[in-house]
Design a protein around this ligand. Structure first.
Ligand SMILES: Nc1ncnc2c1ncn2[C@@H]1O[C@H](COP(=O)(O)OP(=O)(O)OP(=O)(O)O)[C@@H](O)[C@H]1O
Ligand SMILES: [Mg+2]
Ligand SMILES: [Zn+2]
Length: 152
């Protein structure tokens, strides 16, 4: 049976199939506090999923995601799907995927890295390993496999 766990939205973005317990991190990435006051954000935690067992869902009215936010979600919640809703219909649906290079999303944990010295150098990582994801800073080669605390 088709069901919606929360109120439908007219325009906005649905981030579904988020790994159980990760919705709050996704909200942090979305910076929902910056949304206009008429936009509703719905969060469903611990929803039964045939694919994942349990999952979280986030629905945000009147927001479409920047590539930077999509990349950050791909790091934290690699199973997520992103659907764009326009006029109450799903106009576009895709899985998130990790690009080969991730610029401006994370800061480098190495305090001596040039990206942490007030120089006009944007942080940038390449993918060192995909499963599980490990990134490598292109400037200092530091390997990173924990992302939450490094999100910009
Ligand atoms: N008007 C709407 N408002 C809010 N959420 C919606 C709306 N229409 C669809 N959704 C949600 O968007 C997502 C994609 O919709 P779709 O109908 O493709 O889902 P589905 O059939 O459950 O597919 P799947 O779970 O395999 O991605 C689902 O999470 C669905 O609940
Ligand atoms: Mg579904
Ligand atoms: Zn570095």
């Amino acid at each position: 049976m088709r069901e919606l766990k929360v109120t439908p939205i007219k325009n906005g973005t649905v981030i579904d199939h988020i790994g159980n317990g990760l919705a709050l991190e996704v909200l942090r990435i979305l910076e929902v506090h910056e949304l206009d006051k008429d936009s509703t954000v719905s969060v469903a935690l611990h929803v039964r999923s045939s694919k994942l067992g349990w999952k979280d869902i986030v629905k945000v009215e009147n927001m479409e995601l920047s590539p930077r936010k999509v990349n950050a979600i791909a790091l934290i919640a690699p199973t997520a799907t992103i659907s764009i809703i326009r006029d109450s219909k799903v106009r576009e649906k895709r899985s998130v995927s990790l690009p080969d290079r991730i610029a401006g999303v994370l800061r480098c944990p190495n305090p001596n890295c040039i990206t942490n010295h007030g120089e006009p150098v944007e942080s940038e990582f390449d993918v060192y390993r995909r499963r599980p994801v490990t990134l490598r800073c292109i400037y200092c080669e530091r390997l990173v496999d924990e992302f939450l605390k490094l999100l910009r």
